[in-house]
Design a binder for this molecule. Structure first.
Ligand code: PBG
Length: 323
């Protein structure tokens, strides 16, 4: 035999020398859940180790992450039902929980990268990402609300706006609103290929944001489709996106790879709540080696082509020195 691939696996030093893919703190974005009040830190039942923080505790959590070299955060609000309405007006009210949180984080940690979520669902009495009329999700009318949200986030200091709603034309619409108001430096990380997935279940528990009727299949993508992801990604690129995101990650590694091969933009992947919950549940039962399974998952997402990974594992992998 002339070729013996095992030679390059014979020692730890050589294995590391030929390792093709790495995950580091710089690649990770940590999603954080926020609730109103003070001294709040409540665990999400279906996401062990993940909490909803009031703003005071959110700042402490961010500080401890930054000590670990984790500097990028994606914020999501848990909004009281009494504040929800059909037009998601709470989403752009100056003193809302979410806008206060962005301002506080940027005031205390100006060097942190704050990613903000643009979609109506946490604030919508219908639990949908768009305006609902006669059981239908309206597209163009929703853009106006998304524009107001994105502008409010930018005014509070958001570094990256991440529209997660899947309405048509929203990247271009938001880009225009931002530019017209002087926020040409605020980036857009578009949820380009966001699938109608069962893996968002625990997130909707965390935010109490499940749809009140129906599902999200008229706007989120069919899990069976790959080529459609290219249509979405191309449009977002033309409309001015700075990052193209695929979500979920693990069951969609082929989509990450496909988009990576068809763009020069950085690709992001969202390792979603249900993927986290699955792994935690198995680890808690002793059915998986948690460290190895977690790093394998993150490495596979990088290997598929993701530059940035949004993951609930971000802090623990750094805290435990798993990478
Ligand atoms: C909604 C939104 C969802 C997630 C991020 N933004 C859920 C949904 O579309 O219902 C899911 C994140 C996760 O599951 O971790 N705009």
């Amino acid at each position: 035999m002339l070729q013996r691939p095992r030679r390059n696996r014979k020692s730890e030093v050589i294995r590391q020398m030929v390792q093709e893919t790495h995950v580091s703190a710089a690649n990770l974005i940590f999603p954080l859940f926020i609730v109103d009040g003070t001294f709040q830190k409540t665990e999400v039942a279906s996401m062990p180790g993940i909490f909803r923080y009031s703003i005071d505790n959110l700042l402490r959590e961010i500080e401890s992450c930054m000590k670990l070299g984790l500097n990028s955060f994606d914020l999501f609000p848990n909004i009281d039902d009494s504040l929800k309405d059909t037009m998601a007006t709470e989403s752009h009210r100056e003193e809302s929980l979410y806008l206060r949180a962005i301002r506080e984080v940027k005031k205390n940690f100006p060097e942190a990268c704050v990613v903000t979520d643009v979609a109506m669902d946490p604030y919508s009495s219908d639990g949908h990402d768009g305006i609902v009329k006669n059981g239908e999700i309206l597209n163009d009318e929703t853009l106006e609300v998304l524009g107001k949200m994105a502008l409010a986030h930018a005014q509070c200091g958001a570094d990256i706006i991440a529209p997660s709603d899947m309405m048509d034309g929203r990247v271009g619409y938001i880009r225009r609103v931002l530019d017209e108001n002087g926020f040409t430096d605020v980036s857009i990380m578009s949820y380009s290929a966001k699938y109608a997935s069962a893996f968002y279940g625990p997130f909707r528990d965390a935010l109490n944001s499940a749809p009140k009727f129906g599902d999200k299949k008229t706007y989120q993508m069919n899990p069976a489709n790959q080529r459609e992801a290219l249509i979405e990604a191309n449009l977002d690129e033309l409309e001015g996106a700075d990052f193209l995101m695929v979500k979920p990650a693990l069951a969609y590694l082929d989509v990450i790879k496909l988009i990576k091969d068809n763009t020069e933009l950085p690709v992001a992947a969202y390792n979603v709540s249900g993927e986290y919950a699955m792994l935690k549940a198995a680890a808690q039962r002793g059915w998986l080696n948690e460290q190895r399974a977690t790093t394998e998952v993150l490495t596979s997402i990088r290997r598929a082509g993701a530059t940035a990974i949004l993951t609930y594992h971000a802090k623990e992998v750094l805290e435990n020195k798993w990478l």
